[in-house]
Write a protein that binds this ligand. Structure first.
Ligand code: HEM
Length: 250
């Protein structure tokens, strides 16, 4: 067989789906808990099959698609690599991120808790609960803080196995910070609701509803700034004060 014949399918596929163009995942592809990484694979910024993603591919994808600085990209890649169960791994696959209670945690915005069943893919009911708390067309720090608190409160009340590790907590707040500072606008710390809804439900970059890649490079510090703002805006109901007038044991 001629070399050009062997090359033909790759050229045709490449032409049909150039770098950056959206194409839905194939049944043989793998995807996971992160709506943004799934999206970047659907656009071909990351390998479309979602497997064996290395540091360069991650850094380049996050830079090309989202304008994340290479330092930030390398930092995020570490989380991906650590989720690969193989010792000394230098790559990860999108479904490695599904390992429950490593980085994946209860109380996600769009995935149900592992206790209830399939936990790695988009769940419309869970997303409806989250978006009920998106009370304006423009998401801001207070709104995402409220919807995050709602998810953890609901999980805590309904899931007998609910837990949130320290790392899980950091991820949970950071993911909400990412919605505002990466998908939205890192300066105003806001994001149009339609951008988040489009990305989560379609796993496609929200160009169709007016999204553009940030013109400003996005650093780890930008995410940390929004992280801290969400943390300060979050309040769960305080525990009741001691009530010595009631003795529940007698
Ligand atoms: C190598 C880079 C990345 C890694 C390893 C990663 C990893 C993860 C993991 C493990 C989760 C699941 C947490 C959970 O249980 O809910 C997650 C969720 C999430 N990620 Fe990523 N992520 C990366 C990049 C990004 C970027 C650049 C964004 C930008 C918007 C992003 C946005 C989100 C959001 C919003 C969620 C929450 C999904 C939900 O709660 O339903 N991620 N990511």
């Amino acid at each position: 067989m001629k070399f050009t014949t062997l090359l033909f399918p790759a050229v045709v596929l490449g032409a049909a789906c150039p770098y950056g163009t959206y194409a839905p995942e194939e049944p043989t592809d793998t995807r996971g808990v992160c709506p943004m990484l799934n999206t970047l694979a659907n656009h071909g910024y990351l390998p479309r099959n979602g497997r064996n993603i290395n540091e360069n591919q991650t850094v380049q994808a996050l830079y090309d698609a989202l304008n994340l600085t290479p330092d930030f990209g390398r930092f995020l890649f570490k989380a991906g690599r650590l989720s690969n169960p193989m010792p000394n791994a230098t790559t990860f696959s999108l479904d490695d991120l599904n390992r429950h209670d490593l980085f994946e945690h209860d109380g996600s915005l769009s995935r149900q808790d592992a206790y209830f069943g399939q936990w790695s893919r988009f769940n419309q009911t869970v997303w409806n609960w989250t978006t009920q708390y998106y009370t304006s067309d423009l998401l801001d720090v207070q709104i995402v803080a409220n919807s995050r608190a709602q998810r953890h409160t609901r999980s805590n009340l309904t899931n007998p196995m609910y837990s949130l590790s320290e790392v899980g907590y950091l991820f949970s707040v950071a993911e909400n910070a990412a919605i505002l500072s990466i998908l939205g606008d890192k300066v105003t710390q806001t994001c149009p609701k339609k951008f988040a809804d489009y990305l989560f439900t379609n796993e496609q970059l929200p160009f169709a509803v007016g999204w553009k890649k940030s013109a400003l490079p996005i650093t780890i510090q930008d995410l940390v700034t929004t992280f801290l703002a969400i943390q300060s805006a979050t309040s769960f109901p305080p525990p009741p004060p001691d009530d010595s007038s009631v003795d529940i044991f007698n």
